[in-house]
Structure formats: C-alpha cells, structure tokens
Ligand binder design. Structure first.
Ligand code: UT7
Length: 320
C-alpha cells in the first residue's frame, strides 16, 4: 500500500512584512535580499499561532480531499516553533478539528520536517498501521528570529501547509533520509528553558543562529546527491520527473540544484518571493498552491526534497 495525497491546504498570516519594511529594521536593502535570496516579502503572525494556522491548513486539506476529520487515524504536525509543548501541537490540532480517532504526535526535523513526516506516513501506511494520515507543517519562525540579525531575519516567514494521504494499492521506491549531527552547529536554536538556578531566562542564543554560507554549501551539494541516490536502483530517469518540489530556502539554492542536476529550472516551482523560508511548511504550502492552480495533474511524478538543521536532508517520490 502507498499513501496518495488526496487533499491539500495552507494558511498564511494576513500581515505582510516586505523588504523595505526590513530595511528600516536592519542594515539591508530590497535589492540585496531579492538578489541573494529571491524573497520579496514574508507573512508574519499577529493573532495567529502555530496551532491555529496548522488547524486552518488542515481544515482546508480535509475539505479539498473530501475527508471527514473522524476518518484521520494518524495526525502529525511538523514544527519546532509551537507555542505549546505539552500537549503537543498535533493534539491541539486534533481538538480543533475533532479528529477523535487519530493518534497524534509532533515531529521536529526543522526544515526537513515535512519530508521526514511524509516518509513516516508512507511507512505507517505500508505497514498497515493506518489508512488516512493528516500531515501538517506549521511554523511561527518570527517568534524565533533575532530581528537585529540581518543574516537570518531577512530569510524567514510564518505559515502552515497540510496534506491528507489515503492508503491505496501501489508501490513507491524507497525514500532517502540522512542526518549529520556532527555538523549541527551550522544552524541552531538553543532552548528557551531556564539554564539553571542562577542564569535566568534571557540568553543571547535564544534565537535562530545560522552560518548561512555553510548551510548554503551543504544544501547545494547534498540535495543533488540525494536526488541521484533516490533515483539509483529505480527505472526512473531525471527526465521523467514532472516537478522537483524543494524546500523553499533560497532561490539561489534551488537554481544551483537545478543546474547541478542539469534540469530545466522551469521544473522547479518556487514561491519564496511571497513567503520567504517557512521551514517545514514550505513544501506543503507550495504543493497546495500547485494543486489549486492546476499545475498538478493526475499521474505526474514529483520529487520532494528537504534539507535543514540537524543537519538533515532527504528526498522522496510522490505520484499525483
Ligand atoms: O531553511 C534552512 C536552511 N537555511 C538555508 O538554507 C540558508 C542558506 N543560506 C543562505 O540562504 C544565505 O547564506 C544567506 C541568504 C543567509 C546569506 O547570503 P550569502 O550570499 O551567503 O551572504 P553572506 O553571508 O556570504 O554575506 C555576504 C555579504 C557580507 O558582507 P562582506 O563580508 O562581503 O562585506 C555580509 O555581511 O553580505 C553581507 N550581508 C548582508 N548585506 C545586506 C549579509 N546579510 C546581509 C543583508 N543585507 N541582509
């Protein structure tokens, strides 16, 4: 059995912060941000929360797939930015939706979260453990960003995307997943928990810290590698893939991956101009846009590829 996506949804905050707004906050410019990242604006939470965006994206995905909340038997929220740790965000979303028959848990693999959750869902379905899975990536990165650090704050945005998978007969080639904790220092967010009796809460590292160049180098090397690894041992050629849906981290990363694979950039959809990098939400938001505007056609073959903190990276097949 495989999990086939039958519905998608997304939810982004209404409030928009554009590059000119940011240039009032840090020493940067619209031209620099557009050229180095491809981002023009990002949506930032006001009243919304990680859970409220997740629940709304999920509602839209269930509606799109014509699936009742009670039918969901596994609900995974990918996030590292939830305002609530206990209960987990997935249980909070379950409560909002009335998905009373679902087992719920959160999955934190940072920007690779949705890809790892998609593979987890496929494994549960293949093992016969569940039939209907709701996957959600939801992030409130604006809560975790240092708005004084121009090396990171220009990149990220908030939002949520969701997909519903239904079990159906079929087979998919094995996905590929990797992690390298030794290199994890390149992208960190230290715990906001009290460090001890004396240190108190305030700590300069309680924001996302990133060695941008290091992460960039890692991404442009590992993503093409992992896509080749995914295809190795299958009958499928690069030329047969309709869309390469990559984590939307930086336009130049996507362009570099396309070039290294020698694949036309047209087959790499992007939406980071509008949303920035929304971490685990970026792949499902993009899938939802493509689903709703008719770019995804039955029978198409898609490769999903994620990468990010951990460091972690991976790729998987999706048949539409
Ligand atoms: O999703 C999770 C994974 N994360 C990523 O994939 C992020 C990957 N990395 C990146 O996207 C890029 O490294 C950044 C967008 C974060 C930075 O772009 P870059 O082209 O790697 O810039 P850089 O760090 O190499 O800096 C180049 C120059 C530096 O000045 P000098 O030393 O050459 O004089 C920086 O100080 O640009 C300067 N700079 C800026 N200038 C204007 C850095 N940030 C800014 C800024 N505005 N916001």
């Amino acid at each position: 059995m495989i999990g086939k996506i039958c519905g998608t949804g997304s939810c982004v905050p209404g409030h928009i912060l554009d590059n000119d707004d940011l240039s009032q906050m840090v020493d940067t410019s619209d031209a620099w941000i557009r050229e180095r990242t491809g981002v023009a604006r990002r949506h930032i939470i006001e009243e919304e929360t990680t859970v409220s965006m997740a629940a709304e994206a999920a509602r839209r995905a269930l509606e799109d797939g014509n699936v009742r909340a009670e039918e969901v038997d596994l609900l995974i929220v990918c996030t590292f930015t939830s305002e609530v740790l206990l209960p987990c965000a997935a249980c909070e979303v379950q409560k909002e939706l009335g998905a009373v028959n679902a087992a719920c848990f959160d999955l934190n693999a940072a920007c690779t979260g949705f890809l790892f959750a998609y593979n987890t869902a496929q494994a549960y379905i293949a093992a016969g453990l569940c039939r209907t899975v709701l996957l959600i990536g939801s992030e409130s990165l604006s809560n975790m960003v240092d708005w004084k650090d121009r090396g990171t704050c220009i990149l990220f945005g908030d939002g949520a995307g969701a997909a519903v998978l239904r079990a159906e007969p079929g087979e998919l080639p094995s996905p590929v997943m990797h992690s390298d904790g030794e290199s994890g220092g390149a992208l960190t967010l230290k715990s906001r928990h009290r460090k001890g009796w004396t240190e108190g809460l305030a700590h300069p590292e309680e924001f996302i810290r990133m060695d941008g160049r290091e992460v960039f180098r890692f991404a442009v090397k590992k993503v093409p590698e992992v896509i080749h690894e995914l295809l190795d041992g299958t009958e499928t050629e690069l030329s047969e893939i309709d869309h390469f849906v990559l984590h939307q981290a930086n336009r130049r990363i996507v362009e570099s991956v396309a070039k290294r694979l020698d694949v036309d950039i047209e087959r790499f959809p992007m939406n980071l101009e509008e949303y920035g990098n929304t971490s685990s939400a970026s792949i499902p938001i993009l899938l939802d846009e493509m689903n709703r505007d008719g770019r995804l056609k039955p029978g198409q073959t898609i490769i999903l590829a994620g990468f990010g903190a951990g460091l972690s990276w991976g790729a998987a097949f999706l048949r539409w």
